[in-house]
Design a protein around this ligand. Structure first.
Ligand code: GTP
Ligand code: MG
Length: 306
């Protein structure tokens, strides 16, 4: 099971690996010197994999002038792996704490994978023995409610919904109240995708949060921003604006399968200070996992499939 996921992660990161590690190998193969020129090439490879200009500069700056040491330690690739691992720090998984219900509010721009992530999470929590209530607070489209309904059925979660066009805040409130009454453990609130730059939509989200707090003052204990890894650097402005509006406690990075922009993990970690808690590497129910920096680095620098 765990190996299966690592393989999937390796497969998913193949494009990022080619963009980054493949080029690193190419740069340093043939015993090329670690001079200005190869460092510049490396910096370009890092930026190309969406690691971010600032972090890319830091990494190459760190390598500069340390050629003898790096050669002694083994390959530049190994050295780079160690240095980059240090940048990612420890895992910061999703932890259910405090009073029940534990309320998770899910937000993000259109199509990033919010509803799918909720379905996967619901399935995980139910299989762990938790009682889960989903709130269909994406009332914008009827199809969105149906989509969540299917996930509720598939996972064995309950769902609170209204008709399309209803008030999202009211749905979220009802879900928390229902969970309290029924003694449920977890509420996961789906919301409509919205552009972080559209202020009326961000106001609506603030209202959802305020109204949830009328039902339970300490909720939402977790506000997850779902970010599509393929959007690259735009993830940063999404995170900044959603965070300013409602306070984001964790990031779910989806679609890490098949993107060459997996380096966004470093940018988020280094420039935002919001932990990546979960990653998505596919559309299936098992394709969501806790983000583990070490697994990520193993997969990114793996050599056994290309
Ligand atoms: N490859 C891949 N596809 C994913 C992943 N997560 C979600 N998707 C797909 O992305 C598409 C959009 O997913 P949704 O869950 O509907 O996204 P959403 O954020 O709820 O979309 P809106 O509600 O319209 O804003 C679907 O086709 C999902 O199957 C992932 O980790 N990898
Ligand atoms: Mg959705």
């Amino acid at each position: 099971m765990i190996m299966g996921f690592l393989d999937k992660l390796k497969g998913g990161l193949q494009k990022t690996r080619q963009a980054l590690v493949g080029r690193v190998d190419a740069i340093f193969s043939g015993g090329k010197a670690l001079d200005e020129e190869s460092l510049e090439e490396l910096e370009e490879a890092l930026i190309g994999a969406d690691i971010g200009v600032k972090t890319a500069g830091e990494i190459t700056g760190f390598l500069k002038g340390r050629e003898a040491e790096i050669r002694k330690a083994g390959s530049p690739r190994q050295f780079l792996k160690t240095e980059m691992s240090a940048l990612l720090g420890r895992p910061e998984p999703l932890v259910l704490f405090g009073e029940r219900p534990f309320v998770i509010l899910t937000v993000g721009v259109n199509g990033t994978g919010k509803t799918t992530t909720i379905g996967k999470l619901a399935s995980r929590f139910v299989s762990e023995g938790h009682r889960v209530v989903l709130a269909a607070a994406d009332t914008f489209r009827a199809a969105a409610i149906e989509q969540l309904d299917i996930w509720a059925e598939r996972s064995g979660a309950q769902i609170i919904k209204q008709q399309a066009g209803g008030d999202p805040a009211a749905v979220a409130f009802d879900a928390v109240e229902a969970a309290k009454k029924r003694g449920a453990d977890i509420v996961i609130v789906d919301t409509a995708g919205r552009l972080h730059t559209k202020s009326p939509l961000m106001e609506e989200l603030k209202k959802v949060k305020r109204v949830i707090q009328k039902a339970m003052p300490e909720a939402p204990q977790e506000t997850l921003l779902v970010v599509d890894a393929t959007t690259g650097q735009n993830a940063l402005s999404q995170a900044k604006l959603f965070n300013e509006a409602i306070g984001v406690t964790g990031i779910v990075l989806t679609k890490l399968d098949g993107t060459a922009k997996g380096g966004i993990v470093f940018t988020i970690k280094r420039e935002l200070g919001i932990p990546i808690k979960l990653i998505g590497v596919g559309e299936g129910v098992d394709d969501l996992r806790d983000f583990n920096p070490q697994d990520f680095m193993e997969a990114l620098f793996s050599t056994d499939q290309e």
